[in-house]
Write a protein that binds this ligand. Structure first.
Ligand code: URA
Length: 423
């Protein structure tokens, strides 16, 4: 095969073959095909698309580039969740222990944040002592004993994707459905979970602003999972408004612990419960009373054991910020809009996120909202508080969130958080 021939074919809309796709991915992973060539190829995919069979072959080739994990010796059903990412999305934290409370094994191999969306590992690293890196043996032992693991995905899973994703990030080719679907699903299939629930987000704080594109992504990923023998379903969920009140790292852990204690913001509880039901249905427990496990402490119990198993102290104080700045309402009225993307960018500028993969995050930095959409407020009432380690961060963060929280005269019509279910 020849890389230039394959690029030309994809550029001109001629269907490339299974052999060509497998060769290209393998040759790129080994360094024979150059970054320049692969970036031309990914741009041609972004512009011309790929057929379902081609996406399946691409995914399979990326899986074949690395190792596959195998949980079959556990003797437990395994089920995982993946979110396409959003602002304030801490759902993995309460969800994994909640589902594990029903005797199911939950291997949550997670990532770090880049840009305005946070990363699950960054949030958990706010907990003193907590360790993200586990060996495969440690993962197996913890799944057998505690049932839930949230840890860093090893570098052995789909190395082709690692290289390709970094390339797409700097060549404007992230937003192609065939590339996103194969990227996410190659890692999830290689991880070896029996079942998978996808939380595919749409709206201002999501990858896909548009619900029709989010649906297409969800359908593509569900088909890829199902074809590979992974029971896969997806929920399409609204990411126009931040999830919950906390956006950051330590504050998101705090909010997750509130949910595990039977409280917490209604939207975080709703999505946690919806995803838990979905996961447990795939694991053969469609009637599990998940709300009860949040109320009676069973989910909290698994959380405490899960954090301790990874050397964290669930009772330790979380980091607190050196500086805070609270914004108050200029007028009385009703909160009509809290826009996810500007608040995500604001928290990022405060230090909660990173601009480059090698940057460190500030665990106490972020934004705490004090109001939700539909709530009445009086002039002078606190709307949100910015937290940072350095006052100089406030100006740029305030610039990001300017106009992102609107107060009007009438409450907007409520829109459902979980919009569709895709099987
Ligand atoms: N997350 C991934 O892992 N890959 C993508 O392409 C997009 C989001």
């Amino acid at each position: 095969y020849d890389a230039v021939d394959i690029i030309r074919a994809q550029r001109d809309g001629r269907a490339i073959t299974e052999g060509e796709i497998r060769w290209l991915v393998d040759a790129y992973t080994r360094g024979y095909v150059m970054d320049a060539q692969m970036s031309a190829f990914t741009m041609a995919v972004l512009l011309n698309g790929l057929g379902r069979d081609q996406i399946r072959v691409l995914t399979d080739a990326m899986i074949a580039s690395g190792e596959r994990m195998d949980f079959s010796s556990l003797g437990k059903v395994t089920v995982d969740k993946h979110s396409t990412g959003g602002v304030g999305d801490k759902i993995t934290l309460p969800l994994a222990p909640l589902v594990a409370a029903f005797g199911v094994a939950v291997p949550q191999l997670s990532g770090r944040g880049l840009g305005h969306t946070g990363g699950t590992l960054d949030k958990l690293e706010s907990i003193p002592g907590w360790r993200a890196a586990l060996s495969n043996d440690e993962i197996m032992a913890q799944l057998a004993d505690v049932g839930a693991v949230i840890c860093a995905a090893g570098t052995g899973l789909a190395p082709a994707d690692k290289k390709l994703y970094a390339l797409r990030d700097v060549t404007g080719t992230v937003e192609a459905i065939p590339l996103i679907a194969s990227s996410i699903m190659s890692k999830k299939i290689a991880e070896g979970t029996d079942s998978l629930v996808l939380d595919v987000k749409f709206g201002s704080g999501a990858f896909m602003q548009d619900i029709d594109r989010a649906r297409e992504l969800a359908e593509t990923m569900v088909a890829l999972g199902t074809d590979s023998g992974v029971n896969t379903t997806a929920l399409l969920t609204d990411m126009n408004t931040p999830l919950g009140l906390a956006i950051g790292n330590a504050n998101e852990v705090r909010e997750s612990v509130e949910v595990l204690a039977g409280g917490g913001p209604a939207d975080v509880v709703e999505l946690t419960v919806s995803l838990a039901r979905e996961m447990l249905a795939l694991a053969g427990q469609p009637d599990a009373d998940v709300e009860k496990a949040l109320q009676d402490g069973r989910a909290m119990d698994v959380w405490n054991r899960m954090i301790r198993a990874q050397d964290g102290d669930p009772d330790a104080a979380l980091p607190t910020p050196r500086e805070t700045h609270t914004v108050v309402a200029e007028r009385s009225g009703v909160v009509t809009r809290v826009e996810a993307l500007p608040f995500g960018i604001g928290a990022w500028r405060l230090g909660a996120g990173r601009a480059r993969a090698e940057d460190a995050v500030v665990h106490a930095a972020g934004i705490d909202l004090h109001v939700t959409v539909g709530q009445s407020v009086a002039a002078g009432q606190p709307l949100f508080t910015l937290s940072a380690d350095d006052e100089s961060r406030f100006e740029r963060a305030l610039g990001a969130v300017e106009g992102a929280l609107e107060i009007g005269d009438a409450a907007p019509a409520a829109s459902p958080l979980v919009r569709e279910r895709i099987t």
